[in-house]
Design a protein around this ligand. Structure first.
Ligand SMILES: O=P(O)(O)OC[C@H]1O[C@H](OP(=O)(O)OP(=O)(O)O)[C@H](O)[C@@H]1O
Length: 237
């Protein structure tokens, strides 16, 4: 790990601790993390940075559970099982915390491009792209005016409705590594279309990541298409 990577990890750990501190006293934070309250105070206030080992424990160990719990608290389901996740996808700082934790938890290799679907995947896609220093591309359900060439993928859904996603052809180049992300994966139909777009462009899939999986149908479907890691931060039954 070089100096810049070490500094990035230390700052990620501080960001996770600050998020946890918002709803806890230092003693409570000490219980969650197993770290002394005095040290936590110094980290949260920016006087001292945690060492590499502590930083890694916070980001990879505590961070994932804490973010998952926070995510569950912010997501609401209506009577028909539809999800309101605006408490998450409208919060770019929260999504910025998710990116390093997801990358570590699932072992995604650094992609050249993060590919998502408009609309709700865009803020997560931006956070992941920024973390990996990659480009962001998002497919849309309509064709952008003034773009001449598109990669398109269409399928008839279980409901009988046809769904088509369009991506400007210039957004992906052959041989690039692509990480497919979305806020939510339920049936997996959207991910299947995104993976099809990535394959049509002759790119290599680095993985599939969703903030929320509802059931395991969607992630199962993605796993049938790619051997790359597939995962979600939180799964709701
Ligand atoms: O796994 P699936 O069954 O395909 O469902 C997941 C997709 O559904 C939602 O998008 P939606 O089509 O509602 O579009 P939006 O992002 O514009 O709301 C969500 O953002 C995912 O893209």
């Amino acid at each position: 790990m070089n100096r810049a990577e070490k500094a990035a990890l230390q700052l990620q750990a501080v960001a996770v601790l600050r998020m946890l501190k918002e709803t806890r006293t230092y003693d409570e934070l000490s219980e969650v993390t197993g770290l002394p309250a005095g040290d936590l105070n110094r980290y949260v206030n920016g006087h001292v940075l945690p060492g590499t080992d502590r930083a890694r424990e916070v980001v990879e160990g505590i961070g994932r559970d804490a973010l998952s719990t926070e995510l569950e608290a912010r997501v609401e389901f209506d009577d028909e099982g539809y999800v309101d996740n605006s408490g998450v996808v409208f919060d770019q700082s929260f999504l910025d915390l998710v990116a390093p934790i997801a990358a570590n938890a699932f072992g995604f290799e650094r992609p050249d491009v993060v590919l998502t679907a408009a609309t709700d995947g865009i803020t997560l896609g931006a956070a992941m792209a920024s973390y990996f220093d990659a480009r962001l591309a998002y497919a849309k359900k309509s064709k952008e005016t003034a773009v001449e060439e598109f990669i398109e993928s269409r399928q008839r859904l279980a409901s009988g409705i046809e769904l088509t996603y369009y991506l400007p052809a210039s957004a992906l180049s052959s041989g690039q590594r692509v990480l497919v992300v979305d806020d939510l994966i339920r049936s997996g139909e959207t991910q299947e279309l995104l993976l099809d777009i990535a394959l049509q462009a002759d790119t290599e899939v680095a993985g599939v990541f969703a903030l929320i999986a509802v059931g395991d149908e969607g992630t199962g479907r993605a796993k049938e298409i790619t051997d790359a890691p597939v995962g979600a931060l939180t799964t709701f039954e």
